[in-house]
Design a protein around this ligand. Structure first.
Ligand code: HEC
Length: 284
């Protein structure tokens, strides 16, 4: 009896010890997180919340928007940015037919090999080809862009915090630095070949504003191509290139959750049934 009691007492003390250590480190962590000084950074803005159709638990793609975004990428961004993880056949997921994807590919020139001489040449794309890069290599890309290499855009919305909103915000975020900003942060003045953008963490980037006027792209569905519209559309398109299965992932989640709930109820009932015959033993 006393032996059992002392074992329990030790177990309780050990448990208590762990709980106190856990609580102590939690309080310490919370305290330092709450009182930590913000790092000394330039006052860039958090991205605007554009409320995309695929946000939230029930989000879905807006296919017309993805098609418009492809057009913006195609006519504007592809001059400098590659999209190396997207193949032309993937465009069928945007609602294009196999023939349309094939025609789209055939209209692009991709690097190939001359079958007669083995020399490198350009040939029309096939559905299995990937979007061709605008520059032959990184040196050429840097040389053409004031020493900044335009990053591949396939995964860019995953590579930045709040990526889809960030890309759209960046495209609408070019403006002259305010007088107050220049007074408080003289280092925020754009250097040569740099452009001021309130959403870029160091406030100046080497990309000239790519979207500058309404109607820069002519949309097939008649949507008015304002700068904000084009920015949102291309950002949505880049959310799709980064995670084509996003909507499917969300849709799969619900049946899984419902199934798990159902399985838990079943498990509870079978547990009750299995143990029903076992009477609790009296302990005295
Ligand atoms: C004339 C060439 C050019 C065009 C056209 C262009 N970009 Fe860029 N882009 C650049 C360069 C250069 C950089 C690198 C900027 C830097 O690091 O300072 C860049 C950087 C970016 C970045 C990364 C910013 C970051 O957080 O690092 C994104 C996103 C981007 N561009 C999106 C686009 C989109 C979308 C379009 C089409 C609407 C586009 N760009 C058109 C040259 C271009």
């Amino acid at each position: 009896m006393t032996k059992l009691l002392s074992v329990r007492l030790v177990a309780i003390l050990i448990g208590l010890g762990f709980a106190i250590v856990a609580l102590y480190s939690f309080v310490l962590g919370a305290y330092s997180a709450a009182t930590e000084e913000a790092p000394d950074h330039l006052p860039y803005e958090d991205p605007i919340d554009f409320a995309f159709s695929f946000d939230g638990l029930f989000g879905t793609w807006d296919q017309a928007q993805l098609q418009r975004g492809l057009k913006v990428y195609d006519e504007v961004c592809s001059a400098c940015h590659s999209l190396k993880y997207v193949a032309f056949r993937n465009l069928e997921q945007l609602g294009y037919s196999e023939a349309q994807a094939k025609a789209y590919a055939a209209a692009k020139q991709v690097p190939g090999i001359d079958p007669a001489t083995g020399e490198e040449t350009m040939r029309p794309g096939l559905p299995t080809d990937y979007f061709p890069a605008p520059y032959p290599n990184a040196v050429a890309a840097a040389a053409a862009n004031n020493n900044a290499i335009p990053p591949d855009l396939s995964l860019i919305t995953k590579a930045r915090g709040d990526g889809t909103n960030y890309v759209a915000s960046l495209l609408v975020g070019y403006q002259e630095p305010s007088a107050r900003m220049l007074e408080e942060h003289p280092e925020a003045a754009p250097g040569p070949g740099l452009y001021h953008n309130i959403y870029f963490p160091n406030l100046n980037l080497a990309m000239a504003p790519p979207l500058t006027s309404t109607g820069q792209v002519t949309y097939d569905d008649g949507t008015e191509a304002t700068i904000e519209q084009m920015s949102k559309d291309v950002a949505a398109f880049l959310a799709w290139t980064a995670e084509p299965t996003l909507v499917k992932r969300k849709q799969t989640g619900w049946p899984v959750l419902i199934f798990l709930l159902f399985a838990t109820v079943l498990a509870w009932f079978s547990k009750k049934q299995i143990w029903a015959a076992v009477k609790p033993k009296r302990q005295d």
